[in-house]
Design a protein around this ligand. Structure first.
Ligand SMILES: NC(=O)c1ccc[n+]([C@@H]2O[C@H](COP(=O)([O-])OP(=O)(O)OC[C@H]3O[C@@H](n4cnc5c(N)ncnc54)[C@H](OP(=O)(O)O)[C@@H]3O)[C@@H](O)[C@H]2O)c1
Length: 318
């Protein structure tokens, strides 16, 4: 390990925070290398994805403990440059994609340490930028549909936030599983969600759910708030609501005789490999919106917080 280590720079650039706060809390600066622990790898980052949860962590709203200072970011694609003890099946020079660690930190950097069990070989059909846009959002969609809600052929699935990053994967995966997919999306995104395989689209900000009362087997919620609350009426007794945003109201769920729960994604090599197979053959597609230099991570967070940007995932390039 040490001969490779000596070829690596002593310092590399990363985007860190010393305290939780606004966008001004982010600092682009030099940090020094740390030796990977057993079962970890060091990756030279080619691209790092930006997601809404990065802003939650920056602001101090993560549900997970986040020791400071920390480097923001978790979605990565790049090349393995160092392999820790005990890592099997990954070697220096391998091109990988995945997530850094279960706290969703350390990705906005030129180099990152990642848990070997949270990455997989990058699909060859995808660029690094495309690959970095995939891990958290696609694995979230997969786990909501198949591990939480057990969606199967013939189910009727409502995806709230169907045109968003997670939603776009949920619509595609539910469609591929043979479900009838109703996408909740703004009117301007109707063509987009239909192109992903939605059978029908509706805008929950413009329409009530009355027309869909007791017609849905599974609600995949990526919006939360009153949209999540209102969606309960669509679900058949015995149906399921899974939210990636908020803990659904247990009392209302019991009254409606449905199951409802919050889920936190757990990125694993095996789920990434399952997604990779579909990405490799073009059966799943990802949408990169803005490509920005790593030094402009603050601009990326302004976009997360409403600044105008191209639709699709924001990706940082060191
Ligand atoms: N629990 C987990 O493990 C986990 C993992 C990943 C993501 N998440 C969370 O899941 C959520 C979605 O993530 P994402 O990356 O897909 O975000 P995103 O790309 O911003 O997508 C959110 C979607 O929700 C729509 N939306 C927002 N407010 C709405 C409302 N009031 N009514 C209807 N639609 C509305 C947006 O539509 P417009 O563009 O038309 O506003 C957008 O299409 C975020 O809160 C994220 O933090 C959780």
């Amino acid at each position: 390990m040490d001969s490779v280590r000596s070829t690596l720079p002593k310092f590399f650039k990363a985007v860190q925070i010393d305290g939780f706060g606004g966008i001004e809390a982010m600092h682009y600066r030099d940090v020094s290398f740390v030796r990977p622990a057993p079962d970890q790898i060091v990756v030279r980052i080619a691209a790092a994805g930006v997601g809404p949860w990065d802003a939650w962590i920056r602001a101090g709203n993560s549900v997970l403990p986040q020791p400071l200072p920390l480097t923001l970011g978790s979605d990565i694609a790049g090349t393995v440059v160092l392999v820790g003890d005990g890592v099997k099946g990954l070697f220096s020079g391998d091109e990988i994609f995945g997530v850094t660690n279960p706290r969703f930190t350390d990705g906005y950097a030129e180099y990152a340490i990642a848990n070997a069990g949270m990455v997989a070989r990058k699909p060859t059909a995808l660029s690094f930028e495309e690959a970095a846009s995939v891990p958290v959002i696609a694995v979230t969609a997969w786990q909501m549909l198949f591990e939480q809600a057990h969606v199967k052929k013939g189910d009727r699935v409502l995806v709230l936030g169907g045109a968003g990053s997670v939603g776009a994967f949920a619509v595609q995966l539910a469609h591929r599983a043979g479900a009838y997919v109703l996408a909740g999306a703004s009117r301007r995104d109707t063509d987009f969600v239909m192109s992903l395989g939605a059978d029908q689209a509706m805008d929950p900000r413009e329409q009530t759910f009355a027309k869909f009362r007791h017609s849905i087997d599974v609600v995949v919620d990526l919006v939360g708030g009153e949209t999540l609350d209102r969606s309960f009426e669509t679900v058949k007794p015995g149906g399921r609501v899974v939210s990636a945003v908020a803990e659904p109201n247990a009392e209302r769920a019991a009254t409606a005789k449905i199951s409802a729960n919050f889920m936190l994604v757990a990125v694993t090599t095996s789920t990434l490999l399952a997604l990779s197979e579909l990405l490799e053959i073009g059966a799943l597609r990802t949408r990169v919106g803005e490509l920005l230099p790593l030094s402009q991570a603050q601009l990326a967070h302004e976009m997360l917080e409403g600044r105008k940007h191209a639709p699709g995932k924001i990706v940082l390039v060191p």
